[in-house]
Design a protein around this ligand. Structure first.
Ligand SMILES: Nc1ncnc2c1ncn2[C@@H]1O[C@H](COP(=O)(O)OP(=O)(O)OP(=O)(O)O)[C@@H](O)[C@H]1O
Length: 148
């Protein structure tokens, strides 16, 4: 779907967020500046989390609101084995939380199968195309619920 601006992004986030549940892993695919972090922040706001922009370059950020969110940015990984230095099973198989991944390809080989893969393409300064890939069972459920 085409998103014209940040306001549209917030609306999209607020339509998606209520469909998410504990155990979900959302993988955000997109170039630098596509809007992955911005989308996580909008989704987090739905759950009453307002401090989800980290000033540091942490690999894992944990936010607590109506739900717990794990936000992982694997951009700085040199190898997927860097995951062995963190408690990746907690994040990739969250029991009482939702996980958002950025640059998940850097964790290839360790990733869970049933992620919700969302692609963000930058079409213009504020225009984005957002696609929930129909490639997993959970993503298909979400797409059905969204009427996609
Ligand atoms: N419709 C839109 N959706 C998302 N971001 C937008 C939109 N319009 C403008 N932006 C701006 O684009 C920038 C996206 O940056 P953001 O950090 O979210 O990207 P990112 O994909 O997380 O990049 P990185 O991989 O470097 O972390 C922000 O400054 C945001 O305000």
């Amino acid at each position: 779907m085409v998103i014209e601006n940040l306001n549209d992004l917030e609306k999209f986030a607020y339509s998606l967020a209520p469909l998410l549940k504990e155990g979900d892993v959302i993988n955000l695919i997109g170039d630098m500046g596509a809007g992955k972090t911005t989308l996580v922040n909008s989704l987090a706001r739905f759950f009453n989390i307002y401090d989800s922009s980290s000033p540091t370059f942490a690999i894992v950020n944990i936010y607590d609101g109506d739900i717990r969110i794990y936000h992982l940015d694997l951009y700085r990984f040199e190898s997927p084995d860097d995951l062995l230095d963190i408690d990746f099973e907690t994040y990739f198989y969250p029991e009482s939380a939702i996980t958002f991944l950025e640059w998940a390809e850097n964790g290839e080989g360790y990733l869970p199968d049933d992620m919700i893969n969302i692609r963000i393409d930058k079409l213009g300064p504020s225009t984005r195309e957002i696609t929930i890939l129909n490639d997993t069972e959970r993503a298909k459920e979400i797409n059905d619920l969204l009427g996609n």
